[in-house]
Design a protein around this ligand. Sequence first.
Ligand SMILES: *[C@@H]1O[C@H](CO)[C@@H](O)[C@H](O)[C@H]1NC(C)=O
Ligand SMILES: *[C@@H]1O[C@H](CO)[C@@H](O)[C@H](O)[C@H]1NC(C)=O
Ligand SMILES: *[C@@H]1O[C@H](CO)[C@@H](O)[C@H](O)[C@H]1NC(C)=O
Length: 216
Amino acid sequence: MILPIFLTFSFLFSLSYANTIAFDFCVGDLNLPSGPSGFSCKDPTKVTADDFVYSGMRVASNTSNLFKFGIRRALSPQFPGLNGLGISIARADFDVGGFFPMHTHRTSEILMVTEGTLMAGFIDTNNKAYYKTLMKEDIMIIPPTLVHFMINVGSTPVLAYTIFTSANPGVQLLDTALFQNDLPAEVIEKVTLLDHAQVTKLKKIFNDTNISSLFG
Ligand SMILES: *[C@@H]1O[C@H](CO)[C@@H](O)[C@H](O)[C@H]1NC(C)=O
Ligand SMILES: *[C@@H]1O[C@H](CO)[C@@H](O)[C@H](O)[C@H]1NC(C)=O
Ligand SMILES: *[C@@H]1O[C@H](CO)[C@@H](O)[C@H](O)[C@H]1NC(C)=O
């Protein structure tokens, strides 16, 4: 019984694997419907070298915000050439004192510092923190879904790159998830044990923060 099941699964697996390599690429067509596996493919006869090049990260991100931090993303919506390929990249700029607050993604991440000194860390499901001060050229791996953060601890701006194992890894910030949502303050107070004054203050701060402006 086990063997036939195993063979069936192996067959299905090899079929799906064959499917994934039956196409050289699937440049996303942002005008066609998209689904959980990404965008529909652009007509391959219309694909050119330009579809595989993205120049949107030449300019530093705007760091004029509460976090003194900005991101430029080359994910499938910005860079449809990587649609379906399970990989993407972003550029992160941190002004002096800048930080990327606690956040999560659906996927693993490699962080690489190319300028400055950056403290980075993540917290595992046992609430143990793993953090280090990274120098120029250091890299750190962040496992999928775990909460992580980065702080510029140096006296010069930081430039870093993050590479994701997905064409669209998603991002959720703890601060805005807690304080920029529509839940009544009483609910947040109940589930966080914070008092009314703190919740009101944080709701005001994050209501006034346009998070999409961080992701230029
Ligand atoms: C940077 O962002 C701030 C706040 O959103 C804005 O006022 C400013 O014009 C932006 N600067 C540039 C150079 O885009
Ligand atoms: C959030 O901002 C909007 C307008 O941008 C305002 O109508 C609303 O009252 C604000 N909410 C809080 C809790 O400050
Ligand atoms: C937030 O920022 C984005 C990107 O800069 C902009 O498109 C959007 O209009 C802003 N939203 C508000 C409410 O200001």
